[in-house]
Design a protein. Structure first.
Ligand SMILES: Nc1ncnc2c1ncn2[C@@H]1O[C@H](COP(=O)(O)OP(=O)(O)O)[C@@H](O)[C@H]1O
Ligand SMILES: Nc1ncnc2c1ncn2[C@@H]1O[C@H](COP(=O)(O)OP(=O)(O)O)[C@@H](O)[C@H]1O
Ligand SMILES: [Mg+2]
Ligand SMILES: [Mg+2]
Lengths: 286, 283
């Protein structure tokens, strides 16, 4: 089942003189429970697309439905935002309360649910992002990665079916990035939450089931990471790159070393290279 | 040219030693170096950068500039500010004029350069920062994140600093934007022998660009060494929230599998050459 469907979705930020098309007839369907990464150079339209998913922006042309709701249906706006939550880049701009657990509960205040259910949800959300032990702390004392996980917990408490994350790791240190990526992966695999991740880190995109490449508001590639990252030169022309573990194998291939598999992680990359050396040795023995 | 001796800083004097943002740091910045600074969020990177730039007064320790120890902080700050330019973590925080041109012109004008000299300086700095002149009459606030960063860099370059500090300048830039920025920094360094201090969370970016890396951890200087030495100890880096670059992970795995490749290769083409040699040798 598709949780997000767009038909010829178009958008421009109407400005008198130059009306630039930012989204140009997008047809993107996203399956429930999938993990999609969106990559593209600065200004390619990624954030604009993300903002269409929970109706921060409405299409100028075409349509987008999320969880079966047409995002321009104002009566269902609240239901829509409950089903599809957003996490943004800057961890400092997303926290509202002075205690972690109150921050996570914040979005629930408007829901007609009793205290007990609220506590249960906050507890479950904090446990899911591995922040339960920090529930009594002040958010401003947390690290960047911890703050982002609190922001994710706030969305989880609403029990969404889909989470859209717009460069959630751009401002984090390596450990923070790892924590947030592990959290995203576990929510997708264990809680079957649909993930749409916008990122400039190719190694993060490599962890998705599917990579969509945007350029000037159009889809340029849409395939599993192994297929997309095969196209290193075309991606570089679009201002992007590939994971280093992929690039190394490409560089070896150019020098005539026969490695067929596209490798996405250091482990895969090293295994392929080592198997070539084994091949050579066994051939020599014969 | 700049030296810290036991420099400390605390945002809040009333709390004990533990609360200090920067603790008892000794370091040396030499002319023309490309230095990387790494450390977890809150480790003190921005605070150290601001002390270097003469923007905040340390609570303890001494700062030497060109070998001269200043007993009066005001005098030290004046010298530091004249030599060190800083591109802030959030470039929005340092753009304030109505147009891009005026923003870049602010520094040189303030220094008392003539209209004509200022104009030359603005154009040269904009070119160095890869900023198109067609943006000169726009408001800095209409620009994209990457463009704002370029205006901030051009504005700092216009003051002709001997030391250029960039605080996480690549956050949110796409891969080609990052590459271009590194290219510009190397060019600036080559053309003007500018010392570059790059603060970054990307170990790949630091490995590929810096010569020396200073690692901060909880306000202390944890390590200060060549890039090769810093990235040779994965366990140590992990302990302070950092990592080794992806390519170093590959080399370690290859070596575990019996290959013998130097770990201090951070360039993919170079590594592919070495692997080819090794494969050739087995033939
Ligand atoms: N609020 C806005 N007003 C006008 N133009 C905008 C606004 N936000 C973004 N844009 C423009 O829309 C284009 C796409 O931007 P965005 O979706 O933010 O790209 P990305 O997230 O891929 O970097 C860019 O050209 C950008 O300048
Ligand atoms: N303006 C401030 N007021 C109070 N504490 C601050 C301020 N700025 C930074 N700190 C604290 O000082 C420490 C070092 O921060 P900072 O230098 O910004 O680290 P980094 O740049 O490595 O993330 C952190 O514990 C941080 O919370
Ligand atoms: Mg964006
Ligand atoms: Mg900082």
């Amino acid at each position: 089942m598709n949780i997000i469907e767009t038909k010829e979705l178009s958008f421009s930020y109407k400005r008198e003189n130059d009306e630039k098309v930012v989204l140009d007839g997008l047809n993107i369907d996203i399956k429930e429970g999938s993990f999609t990464a969106i990559i593209g150079h600065n200004g390619s339209g990624k954030s604009t697309f993300a903002k269409h998913i929970n109706a921060i922006l409405l299409p100028c042309g075409g349509s987008i439905t999320v969880c079966g709701i047409d995002t321009s249906d104002e009566k269902k706006l609240y239901e829509l935002r409950k089903s599809a939550g957003m996490v943004f880049q800057n961890p400092d701009n997303q926290i509202v309360a002075t205690i972690v657990e109150e921050d996570v509960a914040f979005g629930l205040e408007n829901l007609a649910i009793d205290r007990e259910e609220m506590h249960r949800r906050v507890e479950a959300a904090l446990k899911a992002v591995n922040m339960y032990e920090h529930r009594k702390r002040a958010p401003h004392l947390l690290s960047g990665g911890q703050k982002q996980r609190v922001a994710i917990a706030g969305i989880l408490a609403m029990q969404p079916r889909c989470i859209v994350l717009d460069e959630p790791t751009a401002m984090l240190d390596p450990q923070g990035r790892r924590e947030v990526m592990d959290t995203i992966l576990s929510l997708n695999r264990e809680n079957n939450i649909t993930i749409v991740l916008i990122t400039h880190y190719m190694d993060e995109a490599a962890k998705a089931d599917r990579v969509i490449v945007l350029d000037k508001g159009k889809v340029r590639f849409d395939a599993p990471p192994r297929e997309v990252f095969r196209e290193e030169e075309k991606l570089r022309d679009l201002g992007l790159s590939v994971p280093d573990s992929t690039a190394l194998v490409h560089a070896l291939r150019k020098k005539g070393i026969n490695i067929e598999k596209e490798t996405l992680t250091p482990k895969e990359c090293a295994e392929e290279i080592l198997s070539v050396t084994v091949d050579i040795r066994t051939r020599l023995k014969r | 040219m700049i030296e810290f001796k036991n420099v400390s800083y605390s945002y809040n004097d009333s709390i004990g030693d533990n609360a200090a943002a920067v603790k008892d740091i000794n370091l040396k910045i030499n002319k023309g170096e490309f230095i990387g600074v790494a450390g977890h969020t809150g480790s003190g990177k921005t605070t150290v950068a601001q002390i270097l730039a003469g923007l905040i007064k340390p609570c303890g320790g001494t700062i030497l500039v060109d070998g001269i120890e200043y007993s009066d902080y005001k005098a030290a700050a004046r010298v530091l500010r004249s030599k060190v330019g800083i591109v802030f973590q959030y470039p929005e925080h340092q753009l304030f004029e109505e147009t891009v041109y005026r923003d870049i012109a602010f520094g040189p004008k303030n220094k008392g350069l003539s209209e004509e000299e200022t104009d030359k300086c603005v154009r040269r700095s904009a070119a160095l920062a890869h900023l198109k002149e067609e943006l000169f009459e726009k408001s800095p606030f209409e620009l994209s994140g990457g463009q704002k960063r370029r205006v901030a860099i051009a504005g700092v370059l216009a003051t002709e600093p001997e030391v250029l500090i960039l605080d996480e300048p690549a956050a949110g830039l796409d891969p080609s934007g990052r590459e271009r920025l590194w290219g510009e920094l190397h060019k600036i360094r080559k053309e003007q022998n500018t010392t570059i201090i790059l603060i970054s969370h990307s170990m790949e970016d630091l490995a590929q660009n810096a010569e020396r890396i200073i690692v901060l951890n909880n306000g202390e200087k944890y390590k200060d060494d060549t890039v090769s030495n810093i990235f040779s100890d994965a366990a140590l880096l992990k302990k302070c929230g950092l990592e080794i670059p992806e390519i170093t992970k590959v080399i370690k795995l290859l070596n575990d599998g019996g290959m013998n490749i130097p770990e201090n290769i951070f360039d993919i083409t170079k590594l592919s050459d070495v692997i080819c040699q090794r494969l050739g040798a087995t033939l």
